[in-house]
Every structure is written in structure tokens, then in C-alpha cells.
Design a protein around this ligand. Structure first.
Ligand code: ADP
Ligand code: MG
Length: 699
């Protein structure tokens, strides 16, 4: 019944125009249905009454039953508070009020037995409860919860208008009283039966009014499953549509260019993972449909080589290929690497960036148009409308998260038949997130590093360790190695950061007067950056003092030490990226995280994770747990295009998997969802679409 969705919350008893306005503004709650879908964020077990002598300061919310034995005022003016002693015969607690003193002072009666509810904490060796909830103990008449009490998110503004968690709960109770009909089902019976799900009517009721933990768990499972199921169904349906409607260039053969490279130019064995992902892509590109593939591989796993070999297949089939990188440094480096790989082969390759000279630009444009240029490598400059290909067959995008989806879409249009697209990322997006954000891209994973790589040895250092760090750097340089020293550069405090960088540079120059030291930062002109990078890559300088411009992709195998200054200011995946700049050669490498002494608990955790593991996927999972999926570094641009009401991608991955499998089964059986029993799915998808979920953001 759409009834729930059309009934205005204003007319629910206890709401009215003023509160309706606040509910709308703060929580976007407009209808009865919106309120029902405002789920509790936690539950507190009120099925038990504790004895005071059982309580300690570590417990969550608890209930006790007893009497107030004394009441006094302490302090003056703003510091004034009211303190009461509460006793149940087994011990005493101290109750404290900073606010509402006058009100409570009048309410509290000696000799009255109360049920008290609050969070105990230990203060001055006494158990304290600040602002407890107190209610007269009236056996049989208690308003208090007997079971699990739900807690609802509220905002400051809501609280100012008495819309507390308790008040929301009261409204929901009112709603269930007003609305006696049952809530219409939102999933087909086949799924409910197969997955043994609770009916929506029960799930909604029990998520708010759980009689016990087991019922709550079933209700929550049903709602999480449904939420994730519809997201997956929509993503997979879009993918189906695209597969049906867009034709792709067919790369029939692996020809002599690829084979020549494989036999004569390839300097090492491919790892099994590299072989596997190349095979996966060959299959896509030969299938007649357009490839849209995400290639994930940890830093140093050899994605560039894979990209090159796939580009060679395109050339073998008389198509052109391009590779787009997020920074000029990286584009230049790719260009040089690939040019070297292709030495002696008849494959033409050019570099196009913002700083390419006008005359070179002309030449490149011409050779693109007449088809004599095989591979173009560059930055955003590739997207410009003036860049036209004769026959673009494959687009490779490196370090995907730096590019917006719209930019990617522009590349698509550079050919009548859209080119195959390979997106490469070193940000190891956790599987659950990849399935949600990139659900309609196929995913290949390089889960193996080239042989002989030693894990980077990571330590955490403080200012007091500076001298030994310097000594260590000296020793490594004496052994012929090179060193990165990285400083943060964040926009808001750019000036300060710049000072840190230049001060650091001066300091390093004084400590290492006999070494060549290069400085590199984002504000330098492209040519200067290039020269600086060249100086370091060629081994002319031993130390590179830089900002995070070197974060992605840079490859100098002889560098074995990465010192990260103010490491507390970096997120986990950024630290991992930076660390990935070392450990690229045969020598043992080191990463030293320098921080201040005062660190938050979360920062400590980050340092601990970094020193414990080198595994990018493990780090990404940990990152997601620490920060939540929406904040996950590297996905800000794509972000999560929707709010999840109840599921949590970090915790509910098994439910996501079930939901995805179910969605796949349904679409395999009925790709366009035309069967009568699937009408309900169409209806729900339409409803989701109306909720302005930005599906376009899911590439
Ligand atoms: P990323 O995946 O981080 O982009 P790169 O493509 O830059 O990694 O590769 C890192 C280094 O490993 C490069 O020097 C590359 O030549 C080398 N490499 C790639 N594949 C192999 C392999 N199969 N065996 C040995 N070295 C490899
Ligand atoms: Mg790379």
C-alpha cells in the first residue's frame, strides 16, 4: 500500500507542523514510511537490573533499582552541579547533574524507589552516572523497557525541540498504533522462501520493537539483505543493458607484434597472476562486446606491463591504444618505461601532456589521425576534443581514482564503436566496496608480486630517533642506495607545509653535506619537476626530498628507504602508496614513519597496521573499518553514490555476497525482469530511482 508513503508525518499524533518541519530538515523524514525506515543505530539491553556492587566503570548503559539517600549542590554559577547518592543496599553510586538542576531537584523524592538508567564511569574512585534517567518503580506499570531499547540518531537541533531518541521511539509506537494494516511486501515470495527471510511487515516492526536478540537479528538480516539486493540488482541490470546494446571492437588475434614482444623483449617471466589477467582481458576483447574492466593490483605488482601487452594486442588488430595517467611525472615515466620495453620493435609511441610543445602537438595530432601512431601516452591532455584518433581500440587509465567518471566517459566517445576500457588501480578497494561501486565493471586482480621481492621493513619513529634515522640513511647511501623523504602537502595549510618542506630540505643538506639532494613539489613547473625526477631516477642525486607528488606510480628500483615525515597526517592507503615507492628492486627496503609524540588512538592504530603488514588488501579493509567506506581514500571521487540505511559494507560482506548471487540468479532467469512474479522488483527499482540515487556515478 502506498498509503504509508503518502501519509504526512505532520498528522501523526505527537508531531504537528513545527516538529514535522524539523524532521524533514534534519532527517528528510516526510511520510510515515520515512519514519519507519529511520532505523535504530543501537540497542541497549534493559532486560536486567544490576546490583550496584556488580558495577564497574567499563560497563555500557545499565539499570539499577534503589533510593536516593542524599542530595547536595556543589559549586557556583556555571560550575554548579547537583550530586546525589544512590543506594540499593549492595553499595552506592554518585549521580551528577550539570543541567536541569532545578527541575530534577523538585522531582526527586526521598524514600521513593527508582529505576535508574545510565552509563557508569569511574571518577575519583567512585562510580558516577551523569544525567541518569530516573523513573519511579511502579511494578507492572513501568514505561521502561523490559527488553532491548532502541536508540535513534538525532541532531542537536532536534534535541532542542524535544525530538530525542526516546521521543522518536514514542512516535514510532504511535505510528504502529495508528497504522494497523500490514506493510506490503517488497520482495518476491520466491526470494523470501529461498532465503528464509522475515516478512517486511515483521522486519520493520521488530527492528524498532525487538522482543529478543534473535528476532532482532532476523529482522536486521532481512532489511540488510533487501537493501544490498536492490543495489546489486540495479547495477547488474545496467550492466546487462550495456552488454546487450553496445557492441565492442573484436580483437580476433594475437599477432606478430605481441608474439615478438613476448619472445624477444620481455625481460622476465610473467607472474601467473599477470598471465591470468591478460587471458581474462583477451577473452573480453575477443567477445564482440565492449570490455570494461577494473584491474586491481597492489603497488609493484606489474600492472604497467600488463597494460602494455594488452595494448599490443590492440595494435595487432590494427587499432590504436592510449594510456592516461593522472600526473605528468607518471605519464612521462610510463612513456619512458614503455619506450624502453619496445626497443627495436616497429611500434610508434608518443607522449602528450600539458607541456608538450605546440609543434610536437601538431605532429602527434596528424599521426593520430592518419593512423601512423600506435600508442599515445599522456595526462588529461588526451581528453581534449582536439585529440582525435583514426581508430582507437583500447583506452587504459592508470590510477583510476584520480579521474572522474565524466572524464572517462569522454574518452569513450573518441571512436564510433566505443573502445575497450581498462582501468588500473593500486588502491586495493576491498571486494565488498568494489562490488558496490564498480559493480558493473568486471574486476581482475593481480594478487601476486614478481618473485624475489622482499616485504618492506616498516618502523615507527619519533623525534628522539632522528639521529639514528640519519645514521641509517647514511649507511644505505654508502651502500649505493637512494632515499625518499616525504612531507605532507595539504591545501589548507599549504604555506606551513611548504615551510616544513624547505626547512626539511635545509636540514637534510646540513646533515648530508656530501650528498646530492633533490627537492620536488607540486608547485614546480612541469619541466622542473621532470628534471628533478630525472636527477633522482638516474642516480645523480641520492636523496629526494618531496611532497606527495611522488605518491603514485613512480618507479626507482634503487631507492630503498622511504622516510615519511608527519606520518600522522596521512591516511592508511596513502601511507601504503608511499611505501610502495620502495621495495621495487632486489635489495631489502625500509619505510620509516616519523610522527610527533602525541597521537590519537586512531593514528596509533594506523601506525600499528603499517608496521604489521605489507598487504594492500588487508590495509584497505582496515582502512574501511577505521574510517567507514564513504571516506575510503581513493574513492572520494566516486564515493558511495547512496546512503546505506542499515547495512555496513565493512561488516556485512557475507550478506552482500548473498544479495549479489541472488540478483545474478534472478537476472539469469529473467534478464529484463518481465516475468509477472518479478513485477514487484520493477516497482521497487523504480522507487529507488526516485530516491535520486546517483547511479550515473557508478561507472
Ligand atoms: P605497478 O603495478 O605498481 O604499476 P609496475 O608496473 O610499476 O607496478 O611494476 C613494478 C616493477 O616490477 C617494474 O620495475 C616492472 O618492470 C617490474 N615487473 C613487472 N612485472 C614483472 C615480472 N613478472 N617479473 C619481474 N619484474 C616485473
Ligand atoms: Mg603503476
Amino acid at each position: 500500500m502506498s498509503d504509508l508513503a503518502t501519509r504526512n508525518i505532520m498528522y501523526l499524533s505527537g508531531v504537528g507542523p513545527k516538529k514535522a518541519e524539523i524532521l524533514k530538515k534534519e532527517l528528510k523524514i516526510v511520510s510515515f514510511e520515512d519514519l519507519l525506515y529511520h532505523f535504530p543505530y543501537k540497542y541497549v539491553d534493559r532486560s536486567r537490573i544490576y546490583a550496584i556492587n556488580e558495577i564497574n566503570g567499563e560497563m555500557p548503559y545499565i539499570q539499577v533499582r534503589g533510593k536516593i539517600t542524599s542530595l547536595k549542590m556543589i559549586g557556583q554559577g556555571r560550575g554548579q552541579r547537583m550530586v546525589a547518592t544512590f543506594s540499593d543496599g549492595t553499595g552506592t553510586l554518585e549521580l551528577v547533574w550539570f543541567k536541569g538542576i532545578k527541575y530534577f531537584k523538585d522531582q526527586i523524592k526521598p524514600d521513593q524507589t527508582y529505576i535508574l538508567f545510565g552509563k557508569p564511569s569511574l571518577f575519583n574512585r567512585t562510580i558516577n552516572i551523569v544525567h541518569p534517567e530516573l523513573e519511579k518503580d511502579q511494578p507492572g506499570k513501568s514505561q521502561f523497557f523490559q527488553g532491548l531499547q532502541p536508540f535513534y540518531n538525532t541532531t542537536e537541533k532536534m534535541k532542542n525541540h524535544y525530538l530525542t531518541s526516546r521521543a522518536i521511539f514514542k512516535l514510532i509506537q504511535n505510528l504502529f498504533q495508528t497504522f494497523q494494516a500490514s506493510i506490503p511486501e517488497t520482495l518476491p515470495a520466491s526470494i523470501i522462501n529461498k532465503m528464509k527471510l522475515m516478512k517486511i511487515n515483521d522486519a520493520i516492526r521488530y527492528i524498532h520493537l525487538p522482543p529478543d536478540a534473535q528476532t532482532l537479528q532476523k529482522a536486521s538480516f532481512r532489511l540488510k539483505f533487501e537493501e544490498l539486493f536492490y543495489i546489486q540488482l540495479n547495477i547488474l541490470r545496467l550492466r546487462n543493458q550495456r552488454t546487450f546494446s553496445t557492441k565492442g571492437n573484436i580483437f580476433k588475434k594475437v599477432g606478430h607484434i605481441f608474439n615478438h614482444f613476448y619472445e624477444h623483449n620481455l625481460p622476465f617471466e610473467l607472474t601467473n597472476a599477470q598471465k591470468r589477467v591478460i587471458k581474462e582481458m583477451r577473452k573480453d576483447m575477443g567477445s564482440g562486446r565492449q570490455m570494461n574492466r577494473l584491474l586491481q593490483g597492489d603497488v609493484g605488482s606489474g600492472k604497467t606491463l600488463v597494460a602494455l601487452m594488452v595494448m599490443l594486442i590492440a595494435i595487432d588488430n590494427n587499432f590504436q591504444a592510449c594510456l592516461m595517467a593522472p600526473t605528468e611525472i607518471l605519464a612521462t615515466q610510463h612513456f619512458e618505461t614503455i619506450r624502453d620495453f619496445l626497443k627495436g620493435m616497429d611500434v610508434s609511441i608518443e607522449l602528450l601532456t600539458g607541456s608538450t610543445r605546440q609543434s610536437d602537438r601538431k605532429r602527434i595530432h596528424t599521426s593520430l589521425m592518419d593512423g601512423s601512431l600506435n600508442i599515445l601516452i599522456g595526462t588529461h591532455a588526451l581528453i581534449e576534443d582536439t585529440v582525435q584518433f583514426k581508430n582507437l581500440g583500447l583506452v587504459v587509465i592508470d590510477e583510476q581514482h584520480r579521474f572522474g567518471v565524466a572524464q572517462r566517459a569522454k574518452l569513450w566517445k573518441k571512436n564510433t564503436t566505443p573502445p575497450h576500457v581498462l582501468v588500473m588501480t593500486a588502491t586495493p578497494i576491498p571486494r565488498t566496496l568494489a562490488m558496490t561501486i564498480y559493480g558493473d565493471l568486471d574486476v581482475s586482480v593481480i594478487d601476486e608480486l614478481p618473485p624475489g621481492r622482499k616485504p618492506v621493513n616498516t618502523t615507527h619513529g619519533y623525534h628522539k630517533n632522528r639521529l639514528s634515522v640519519n645514521k641509517f640513511i647514511k649507511k644505505q647511501i654508502d651502500e649505493g642506495r637512494q632515499v625518499y623523504i616525504v612531507y605532507p602537502l595539504i591545501e589548507e595549510s599549504e604555506k606551513l607545509d611548504f615551510k616544513n618542506l624547505t626547512d626539511g630540505y635545509e636540514y637534510i643538506r646540513q646533515v648530508f653535506p656530501n650528498q646530492n639532494i633533490t627537492m620536488l613539489h607540486g608547485k614546480m613547473k612541469p619541466a622542473e619537476k621532470d628534471a628533478a625526477m630525472q636527477e633522482f631516477a638516474s642516480g645523480k642525486s641520492q636523496i629526494l626530498v618531496a611532497t606527495t607528488v611522488i605518491e603514485v606510480g613512480v618507479n626507482v628500483p634503487n631507492a630503498t628507504v622511504m622516510v615519511i615525515e608527519s606520518a600522522e597526517r596521512f591516511g592508511l592507503s596513502q601511507l601504503h602508496q608511499l611505501r610502495g615507492r620502495v621495495g621495487r628492486g632486489a635489495e631489502q627496503s625500509y619505510c620509516i614513519l616519523m610522527t610527533g609524540y602525541k597521537l590519537s588512538k586512531e593514528t596509533r592504530k594506523r601506525m600499528e597496521i603499517m608496521t604489521r603488514t605489507n598487504d594492500g588488501f588487508e590495509i584497505a579493509e582496515a582502512d574501511m573499518k577505521l574510517r567507514g567506506p564513504g571516506d575510503l581514500e581513493g574513492t572520494q571521487q566516486s564515493g558511495l553514490p547512496f546512503d546505506l540505511k542499515i547495512s555496513n559494507l565493512a561488516k556485512d560482506s557475507h550478506i552482500l555476497q548473498l544479495a549479489r548471487n541472488t540478483a545474478m540468479d534472478i537476472l539469469a532467469d529473467d534478464p529484463l525482469l518481465q516475468k509477472p512474479e518479478n513485477a514487484i522488483l520493477q516497482r521497487q527499482l523504480k522507487k529507488l530511482a526516485q530516491q535520486k540515487i546517483n547511479w550515473a556515478m557508478i561507472s
